[in-house]
Write a protein that binds this ligand. Structure first.
Ligand code: ADP
Ligand code: MG
Length: 245
């Protein structure tokens, strides 16, 4: 618990790095189990820790994000997160505001509607050929339905920690190729690896950096959040989202 203060100091330093225009972030893939809720939840907690008050939308009938927020509120974990809405139209469009949407294949209409409003579509992908194929289909749909300015960023999740095995290597190569085929799309330079802390995060309603700020999982998520939010193609430093295209 004595570690709890350290992130506060870091939060102060990093607060200035939050893009001023805010952003409508949709975490989506057709594949279940790819880490959408894990990333949506940790990103929401990361934004909150850095002074934002993100609106949350949970369009997955499994309601993982909603359950996590409920656990968090019950345990009085700070900073608190708002109860996710299950309706997109309840989220007002406001410059400077943050929205995180968790959506999967179970709500294809919801996914399309969310993508139509997105500034960033974040696509978690597991290593594996079937996951790469599903992602290719997903990217086609995303590219057809996104606004012009919207960027699409894939992130490899549950990659091998330590020595990188064949599945992870092949997935990275395949996703790099997929990204080359679309102007809007890139593979983020940082991956999340297979770590127990990401499972615990979903069990405890705490982000990995809240469980242990010094953990490898925490460092990985910090790097991921940093890569997303410092991506000038996604979040231009000074201009509001509407000017991004
Ligand atoms: N990087 C990771 N390392 C270990 N387990 C992970 C990781 N990412 C996700 N998980 C676990 O995988 C399962 C599926 O993740 P989840 O975020 O619920 O996927 P989705 O929302 O896409 O269905 C959960 O049990 C979660 O704890
Ligand atoms: Mg989920």
């Amino acid at each position: 618990m004595s570690k709890a203060k350290k992130p506060g100091k870091r939060a102060k330093r990093k607060a200035a790095a939050l893009p001023p225009g805010g952003g409508f972030v949709v975490v989506a893939n057709l594949k279940g189990g790819s880490g959408k809720s894990t990333i949506a939840f940790n990103l929401a907690a990361w934004l909150a820790r850095h002074g934002a008050r993100p609106a949350l939308v949970d369009l997955d009938p499994q309601k993982t994000l909603t359950d996590l927020v409920a656990v968090r509120r019950e345990m009085e974990i700070a900073p608190d997160l708002p109860i996710p809405s299950d309706r997109l139209d309840e989220v007002p469009a406001r410059t400077g505001a943050w929205t995180v949407v968790d959506v999967g294949a179970a709500d294809r209409d919801g996914m399309a509607a969310a993508i139509a409003r997105a500034d960033l579509v974040l696509v978690p992908v597991l290593p594996g050929q079937a996951d790469v194929w599903a992602t290719e289909r997903h990217l086609e749909a995303v590219d057809g339905g996104r606004p012009d300015h919207c960027a699409v960023r894939m992130v490899l999740n549950r990659a091998d920690p330590g020595e990188v095995g064949r599945e992870t290597r092949e997935a990275l190569a395949a996703l790099t190729l997929l990204a080359r085929m679309r102007r809007s799309t890139a593979l983020l330079p940082t991956s999340l690896t297979r770590r127990v802390a990401f499972c615990r995060s979903l069990s405890e309603g705490r982000a990995v950096f809240e469980l242990d700020a010094a953990s490898k999982a925490s460092a990985e998520f910090e790097a991921l959040a940093g890569a997303i939010l410092s991506d000038r193609a996604v979040f231009p430093p000074m201009s509001p989202r509407a000017e991004a295209s």
